[in-house]
Design a protein around this ligand. Structure first.
Ligand code: UD1
Ligand code: CA
Length: 466
């Protein structure tokens, strides 16, 4: 069946109390809208139309260009029915079914969306509503059934009689309709209700009264259908997405010591037999190889790790790390960091926009910025690259197997040839030839007996003795 999804995303989200349009708030690493779209695509629905309105441009920009993704504009926002009406001109005439979801229901799963489509195809109903049993149905539209049990209407909370309010079967806000029936019913909507809005939910009554059949699918898990209207619900949705992600990873062979204490975004991948300790946040497009240990308190954003890495208490942002790296505690890898295999980055080391070759070590207290470092290099404690002259950034080049003594300053632009040694405490401003020893510091001077004769303490003692 040729199906188009319509995503309602034009509302302001007043209860979020935010300058950001509601559907752009993130839960589990994606905006709510991107998460809904992701699940639709995972359920096999390619063709999607997002109705934007409040913050339209911002919402549009938040999604990647895609020929199967179209936008309709709803301005002003006169209700969910009016919202879907705006999508109609963007839907091709041969569309057979329209699947409607709200942009603020990020917990809907692809599986449920698939079940919805399957039941719809099976029963041949004109409309199928995804419903849920809510012990406390407050705020939701209620499913009203006739004497024969068939659905006759959805009544919104604000329009409901006390008897209707007592109904615990609610409208989750996800539906699938035969497109011609939906189109026809949308043309008959009025805004004669408590909120003065064009309710999408009224199409149910219109279709039923015209003799059409409305079916329901009740989700076994009401949590899935949570609509996010405020930040308390946003936190609830995020927690659920993190819980699901941890579960998926554990079932795929990743050990997570305390799943409630890790925050792993939806897009992240982790290889088998890796272990994740509490306090870790794996964000965005982060990919971790097999057999890694991500010890406590690491924050990885858009970073990639090869197999067998060991990380402790470090922050990686847009960094790429080869296999077998040992990083931290207290290391900071900034954007553009590319480490080869078996690299060691130790405590209080910061790396930015630099390539570091296989087996090289930056074990303690260093800043390496805008550097191309070969393999087998040892960077002594406290060594830094002076990459910025107050106007421009310059690069440092360090050849293979270089040994840099502790507390060296490498003033860029500068090159240290392969195999060279640099004496501790040097400030290197000129090129060092391969295999040379470069030392840049004054010769050590000694004043014999200074402490006993000339130190302030010695002088004071002499004065007192006079
Ligand atoms: C809606 C349903 C209700 C259901 C509930 C499930 C209606 C009239 N009511 O109520 O039966 O139980 O969802 O969560 O449909 N939107 C627009 N344009 C508008 C109005 C809304 O794009 O003019 C979008 C919102 O951005 C949101 C979605 O539609 O993503 C739902 O709107 P919202 O105001 O949250 O509806 P509810 O009151 O929750
Ligand atoms: Ca809602």
């Amino acid at each position: 069946m040729k199906t188009t999804a319509i995503i309602l995303a034009a509302g302001k989200g007043t209860r979020m109390k935010s300058a950001l349009p509601k559907v752009l708030h993130k839960a589990g690493g994606r905006t709510m809208l991107a998460q809904v779209l992701h699940q639709l695509r995972a359920a096999g629905i390619e063709d999607c139309c997002v109705v934007v309105g409040h913050g339209a441009e911002e919402v549009r920009q938040s999604l990647p260009q895609d020929k199967n993704l179209r936008f309709a504009l709803q301005m002003p926002q006169l209700g969910t029915g009016h919202c879907v009406q705006q999508a109609l001109p963007h839907i091709s005439a041969d569309c057979e079914a329209a699947l409607i979801v709200c942009g603020d229901t990020p917990l809907l799963t692809a599986e449920t969306l698939q079940n919805l489509q399957a039941k719809f195809a099976q029963t041949g109903a004109d409309g199928l509503i995804l419903t849920a049993e809510m012990p406390d149905p407050t705020g939701y539209g209620r499913i009203i059934r006739g004497a024969d049990g068939g659905v006759t209407a959805i009544i919104e909370e604000k329009d409901a009689t006390p008897a209707q309010k007592a109904v615990t079967e609610i409208n989750t806000g996800a539906y699938i309709f035969k497109f011609p029936a939906l189109k026809d019913a949308l043309g008959k909507l009025t805004n004669d209700n408590a909120q003065g809005e064009y309710y999408l939910t009224d199409v149910i009554k219109i279709i039923a009264e015209a003799g059409g059949r409305i079916d329901t699918l009740t989700t076994p898990d009401a949590v899935e259908t949570t609509g996010v209207n405020d930040r308390v619900q946003l936190a609830f949705a995020a927690a659920e997405l993190y819980r699901r992600k941890a579960q998926e990873l554990m079932l795929s062979g990743v050990t997570i010591i305390d799943p409630a204490a890790c925050y792993i975004d939806q897009q992240v991948t982790v290889g088998q037999d890796s272990v994740i300790y509490p306090g870790c946040q794996l964000r965005g497009n982060t990919h971790i190889g097999a057999n890694c240990v991500i010890d406590s308190d690491c924050i990885l954003t858009d970073s990639t790790l090869g197999a067998g890495c060991h990380l402790t208490k470090c922050v990686l942002t847009e960094a790429t790390v080869g296999a077998g790296a040992n990083i931290g505690p207290f290391a900071y890898l900034r954007p553009g960091t590319k480490l080869g295999d078996n690299v060691k980055i130790g405590d209080f080391a910061e790396i930015k926009n630099s390539t570091i070759g296989d087996g090289s070590k930056v074990p303690h207290l260093s800043y390496i910025g805008d550097t191309d470092m070969g393999s087998g290099v040892n960077i002594g404690c406290g060594t830094i690259t002076c990459n910025y002259d107050g106007m421009n950034k310059h690069r440092t080049t360090i050849g293979d197997d270089v040994f840099i003594g502790s507390n060296t300053n490498l003033v860029a632009p500068v090159t240290v040839g392969a195999g060279a040694f640099i004496g501790a405490g040097s400030t290197i401003t000129r090129e060092v030839s391969p295999n040379a020893l470069a030392v840049e510091r004054s010769h050590q001077r000694e004043v014999k007996g200074w402490a006993a004769e000339l130190s302030p303490k010695a002088l004071a003692a002499k004065k007192a003795a006079k």
